[in-house]
Every structure is written in C-alpha cells, then in structure tokens.
Design a protein around this ligand. Structure first.
Ligand code: NAP
Length: 276
C-alpha cells in the first residue's frame, strides 16, 4: 500500500500502519489537510461524526485524485446515537456527509457504559458489515470488559480498538489483551497532544542520535510497539515528517527510555467518560 507497511485485521482486510487524525479541524481545514496528506502518501484518514468535519474529509478525499479504493476512511458513532436503529441511521448520515458508498472502518466512539446500549450498536454494526456498507468494524476507548461483553453477546470481536496511547500512558495491559485477541491497537493523541512530550529531553537526545525529529521518535515508538498512530497535523511539512518513520529503528534502551514517564492520562476514563 504505497510503501507504507500495513496491518492485516482479524476480518482479513488490510490497514496502513499510520494514518491522519483530523480533530479538531473544521470542514474547510479538514478538506485541505486530507487532500495534502493523501498527496503525500497517507492512505488512512480518521474522523468522527462528533468532529463535525466529515463533509470536509469527504471533499478532501474526492479532490485528492487518489482512487477511493486506496483510502481507508474511518468514522465513529457518537454516544447520542447508541442503539440498534439509531446506529443504522447515524451511519447513514455519516456516509452521506462523507459522500461515500461505503466506509472502511466504523468505530463506536466511546462505550458510555452508563447508557448501556453499546451491544445494540455493535449488532447494528455487524449488520452494516454484512450489508457491505462498512468493510471493518471496531471500537474506541473500550476496556477488556466491554470487548469481552461484545464477543459474548454477538460472537464478533472488534478489528480495532482506538485508545489513548502515548509514552505518558503506554497501556501495556490493554495492548497485551488486544494482542491475545487479535485486535489492532490504534493510538489517539500519539504525540501526547497538550503535554510536553515533544519537548522531552530524553526524546530530543534520541531524535538527535537518529537525525530525526522528536515527533518522528514518538511515532516510531508506536510503530515498534505494533500500534497504529493517527497523528493530527494540518501542516504539510509536519504531515510529511510524521509519515516518514519507517527508515530508522529504535533500540531496546531507547524504547525503554521513551516510555519511562510518570503515567498520565490526557483524555477521559472510559468507565466514567460520557460522550454524546
Ligand atoms: N477516539 C477518540 O476518542 C479520540 C480522541 C482524541 C483524538 N482522536 C483522534 O486522534 C487524532 C490525533 O490525536 P490528537 O489530535 O489529540 O493529538 P496528537 O496527534 O498527539 O497531537 C496533535 C498536535 O500535535 C501537533 N503536531 C503534529 N505533528 C507534529 C510534529 N511533527 N511536530 C510538532 N507538532 C506536531 C499538531 O499541530 P499542527 O496541526 O499544527 O501540526 C497538533 O497540535 C485526532 O486528530 C483524532 O483523529 C481520537
């Protein structure tokens, strides 16, 4: 896939090993960012109904000149649409805004356990996949308990769990669970947005040793963990650099030095966070 390594999902489809995040871009900025990224070689784009930029993302794909079938488009179901019929309707709205015949990867954005309807949504997503409107189905911000419940009640495991993952919050246990279950770990906030990770002296030293940038070191850390990062950048220069992480290798000391940080979650706790 365009020189970028790929993962094979548990449903047999392939997905590039890195993608473009699009939050918090609006439609206009998302259109430009997606067109630029696809021109640079990105083939995976991450959006969500709640980012309110699916229209821009769809326009960016259409205007990129890259054949539709080469692009893996991810979108996500918002919490306010949990439930079987609600999920089918919400997907249809996302698909219309994206201007696509099918979506490659559809995720439940957050489990919202207090609402308690994510299993109903999962059943609808299985139906969408059977109907060919979605290629792969997955979740985001799910814990092992939530995932185990999906499998118990439907017999279908997610292909992907997109979670907060960066060196401040390395999520060893959850990644181990994913590996055992054959679920690909996708990393959100892979650069630790809003933290000082990009200015970390240890990361800077490793970057210097490899002749790369701190962001490239952090993204390479994800790649070597076997996780799939979706860094957001609207800047073509940073987009290009973020994609260029397959030509160097961190050694085990460097990997350990990067992850030895006081654990700190930057986003919500899936057990309590309510996303609508
Ligand atoms: N599933 C979920 O619940 C969830 C939650 C949060 C995020 N996400 C997804 O994950 C994506 C990425 O996460 P994120 O946006 O929170 O954080 P991130 O990708 O870790 O960080 C993005 C920030 O880093 C900057 N940046 C990007 N590349 C850089 C580079 N090479 N050097 C220096 N700065 C750089 C960006 O600014 P510039 O644009 O100016 O480059 C932006 O301010 C989101 O866009 C979204 O698609 C999902």
């Amino acid at each position: 896939m365009n020189g970028i390594p790929a993962y094979t999902l548990n449903d047999g489809t392939t997905i590039p090993a890195i993608g473009l995040g699009t939050w918090p871009l609006d439609d206009t900025a998302a259109e430009q960012a997606v067109r630029s990224a696809l021109g640079l070689g990105y083939r995976l784009v991450d959006t969500a109904a709640n980012y309110r930029n699916e229209t821009g993302v769809g326009r960016g794909i259409a205007g990129s000149g890259v054949p539709r079938e080469e692009v893996v488009v991810t979108t996500k179901l918002p919490g306010r649409h949990h439930g079987y019929e609600e999920t089918l309707a919400s997907f249809e709205e996302s698909r219309r805004r994206l201007g696509l015949e099918y979506v490659d990867l559809f995720l439940i954005h957050w489990p919202n356990p207090r609402v308690g309807r994510y299993v109903d949504s999962w059943k609808a997503m299985i139906r969408l996949r059977e109907d060919g409107l979605v290629r792969s189905i997955g979740v985001s911000n799910f814990t092992p308990e939530h995932i185990t419940r999906l499998e118990k009640e439907t017999g279908v495991l997610p292909s992907v769990n997109q979670i907060e993952l960066h060196p401040l919050f390395p999520q060893e246990e959850l990644r181990g669970f994913h590996a055992d279950q054959g679920i690909v770990t996708e990393s959100w906030s892979p650069l630790g947005r809003g933290s000082d990770l990009l200015d970390d002296p240890a990361v800077a030293r490793i970057a210097e040793a490899h002749g790369v940038t701190p962001a490239q070191v952090l993204l390479r850390w994800h790649v070597q963990l076997g996780a799939l990062p979706v860094p957001k950048s609207a800047d073509p220069g940073r987009q290009r650099a973020n994609l260029d992480v397959f030509g160097f290798e961190l050694d085990s000391d460097q990997l350990a030095a990067i992850a030895h940080r006081a654990p700190r979650r930057l986003g919500g706790d899936p057990e309590r966070h309510e996303e609508f």
